[in-house]
Write a protein that binds this ligand. Structure first.
Ligand SMILES: Cc1cc2nc3c(=O)[nH]c(=O)nc-3n(C[C@H](O)[C@H](O)[C@H](O)COP(=O)(O)O)c2cc1C
Length: 237
């Protein structure tokens, strides 16, 4: 069975929650679903120790919270982020999680499993455009190598409390989100996009340059050599 991971950027069982539930219903049982809710499941800010960059993500002081989410993303056919818009951007708890994934950006140690992933970003706001908040997530996923990222956003307009929205609006949100989700029921792995290829090429040139200056390869270049993307100084791959 295909796997989906859903990361919801609020613990409130409000508008984001109902959108996420409608999306799940729209998937129609085609996926085994693993869910995480923020900040509950990853309540930490990056402390800037840089152990993930210089040594390993397993050395992160928050690896107990971060690694289960990262591993679920690696194993998923579909990665879903559902979040409200906070002050025109993604909520801090989502950004805090994305910060912890910096070591998996292509300028560091991308995981090739990401190069065929499909991702979905569900957002809603009371009225503000959703694009900037969605872009915060798109930027991270793109630099991690995810080639297919679809966005779906709503402007509630009527208010911010789910139970106070009109029945008409609630059913419109649910209907449209379910319909959007149906399109993912029979997904196949995505192809490496031109954007991902370009980012990978730029990152490879950068890593090559760094490798020339290194007496022994650092954690990032060891990864690139192990993956066969760069030749080691002794020509090892
Ligand atoms: C701290 C905070 C900041 C928000 N900022 C915006 C905003 O800039 N623009 C907007 O249209 N809605 C904003 N909202 C409303 C949310 O995007 C969302 O519509 C609302 O929280 C309902 O979703 P929920 O039930 O999932 O929390 C904000 C809400 C909160 C709590």
């Amino acid at each position: 069975m295909k796997q989906a991971v859903i990361i919801t950027g609020t613990e409130v069982k409000g508008c984001t929650y109902h959108m996420k539930e409608a999306f799940l219903q729209g998937l129609g049982g085609a996926f085994e679903v693993t869910e995480f809710t923020l900040p509950r499941d990853m309540p930490h800010f990056c402390v800037g120790c840089k152990l993930c960059f210089f040594e390993s993500e397993s050395r992160c002081p928050h690896s107990d919270s971060v690694m289960p989410i990262w591993n679920a993303m690696l194993g998923a056919d579909l990665i879903v982020f559902a979040a409200p818009v906070y002050v025109m951007r993604v909520p801090g708890q989502v950004k805090a999680l994305l910060d912890h994934f910096g070591c998996h950006w292509m300028v560091h140690r991308p995981d090739p499993a990401m190069f065929t992933k499909r991702a979905v970003i569900l957002t809603q706001s009371v009225g503000a455009p959703n694009a900037a908040a969605q872009k915060d997530i798109v930027t991270s996923l793109s630099w991690m190598g995810v080639p297919s990222i679809k966005r779906f956003g709503f402007g509630l307009m009527e208010g911010v409390i789910w139970d106070e929205l009109s029945g008409r609006l609630k059913s419109r949100i649910i209907r449209k989100t379910k319909r959007f989700a149906k399109g993912f029921r029979s997904i196949k792995p995505a192809r490496k996009s031109l954007k991902v290829r370009v980012l990978f090429f730029i990152s490879k040139q950068m890593h090559k340059g760094v490798l020339k200056k290194e007496t022994t390869p650092g954690a990032d270049n060891r990864h690139w050599i192990e993956q066969g993307w760069l030749k080691g100084k002794d020509n090892s791959v």
